[in-house]
Design a protein around this ligand. Structure first.
Ligand SMILES: CC(C)(COP(=O)(O)OP(=O)(O)OC[C@H]1O[C@@H](n2cnc3c(N)ncnc32)[C@H](O)[C@@H]1OP(=O)(O)O)[C@@H](O)C(=O)NCCC(=O)NCCS
Length: 334
């Protein structure tokens, strides 16, 4: 059992940080937190590049809903940290949208792991969010389900579908940034998932901006087109030019059901990836998206596999039931 005497939570809201030369001006206690997490998430970036990425992403509108949380000991030692992003949540039978929190970057210094600090941080946050009226928390675990399942999170099913890029003909319309808001406004709720997180321009922009950051870092021109539409089928993507990641990552696929419109946007994604020398198109398939592929013939150029990351949801309100939920899209991942 972790001794919680004297521990306290500190919240760092990032919504109103000043911006200078395209980057947020981050206070030193926040930069200290980002600097620690670089060991887990900088990957191919140097620590300084990783810090710059974080400062750039904090300028995006989605980061207005970002708060960094830390758990401190009685002598102010930083024990654990994480981020939360506020998102809208549609809850069945409610007359207006509720809200939820996407949890990301749960981190404890290596020397302090295994003492229950991550669990203590999250439990305290869940209590606060529930008191504030949040519908749910969600996260994508990179470390399997155990830690989060102990705290009440429930695993949602997810598979990854990969298609080879190829020059396929299509008659879908390609979309740019300026089409995003209007396109999303026309998207109907996902069928069979009355409990869901509606897509927002801000959240999709955050992902596209991340793609742009890496492209700029690598000296590649980021394409202006960010998706495709045909009839009621909409697909939004992020081009990832990172060395070991090169792919067209589908962030959102929405359509009322399977059919020729879906086939058109799928073909557009394959053709677009081919044109930009990205070898693969990658879809996250939860229940709602899998149905959209029902009419698509599975070809030799296509494969599905279990996902490494585990989507998990923690209901925080008594009217939130996971039996109402089957829609995890890639853009929910932070
Ligand atoms: C994951 C992390 C935050 C856990 O912090 P912590 O304070 O040690 O966690 P707690 O003591 O509250 O809980 C420990 C439990 O977490 C789980 N866990 C921790 N690291 C894990 C890993 N790499 N793989 C699988 N499970 C892991 C285990 O269930 C462990 O319980 P056990 O010791 O009984 O096996 C910390 O190891 C870390 O910062 N890792 C690097 C960043 C990271 O991967 N974050 C999670 C992203 S989803």
């Amino acid at each position: 059992m972790v001794d919680v005497t004297g521990m306290r939570l500190v919240h760092h809201p990032c919504g109103n940080l000043p911006i200078a030369r395209g980057e947020c001006v981050v206070p030193s206690d926040l930069e200290r937190i980002d600097r620690r997490t670089a060991s887990a998430w900088a990957k191919d970036l140097s620590v300084e590049e990783y810090l710059r990425r974080e400062r750039v992403l904090k300028t995006r509108p989605f980061s207005r809903g970002l708060t960094v949380h830390s758990l401190l000991s009685d002598d102010d030692t930083l024990l654990a940290s994480c981020e939360s992003y506020r998102v809208p949540v549609a809850v069945p039978l409610r007359s207006s949208l509720g809200f939820g929190l996407g949890i990301a970057s749960v981190f404890v210094d290596e020397a302090q792991r295994g003492h229950g600090y991550a669990a203590e941080l999250l439990q305290r946050l869940h209590r606060q969010f529930a008191e504030q009226g949040a519908a749910l928390c969600y996260l994508m675990s990179e470390i399997g389900p155990t830690l989060y399942a102990r705290l009440g999170y429930v695993t949602r099913p997810l598979r990854i579908r990969r298609q080879r890029a190829q020059p396929r003909p299509h008659h879908a319309q390609l979309l740019t940034d300026s089409d995003l808001t209007q396109t999303l406004a026309r998207i109907p709720p996902p069928p069979h998932s009355p409990l869901h997180i509606p897509p927002t321009t801000e959240q999709l922009d955050w992902h596209v901006s991340r793609g742009r950051f890496y492209a700029q870092q690598l000296g590649c021109a980021y394409p202006a087109q960010i998706g495709a539409r045909c009839g009621e089928a909409v697909l939004i993507w992020q081009a990832d030019f990172q060395r070991d990641e090169r792919k067209l990552r589908v962030l959102l696929l929405s359509a009322p059901g399977p059919g020729s419109d879906v086939s058109q946007v799928v073909a557009a994604a394959q053709a677009f990836a081919y044109e930009h020398q990205l070898p693969t198109v990658e879809y996250w398939e939860s229940g709602t998206q899998r149905e959209l592929f029902d009419d698509e013939a599975t070809s030799a150029d296509e494969a599905t596999s279990a996902a490494d990351d585990v989507p998990m949801i923690l209901p925080l309100a008594s009217d939130v039931h996971l039996t109402d939920h089957s829609d995890i899209q890639r853009h929910h991942w932070l």
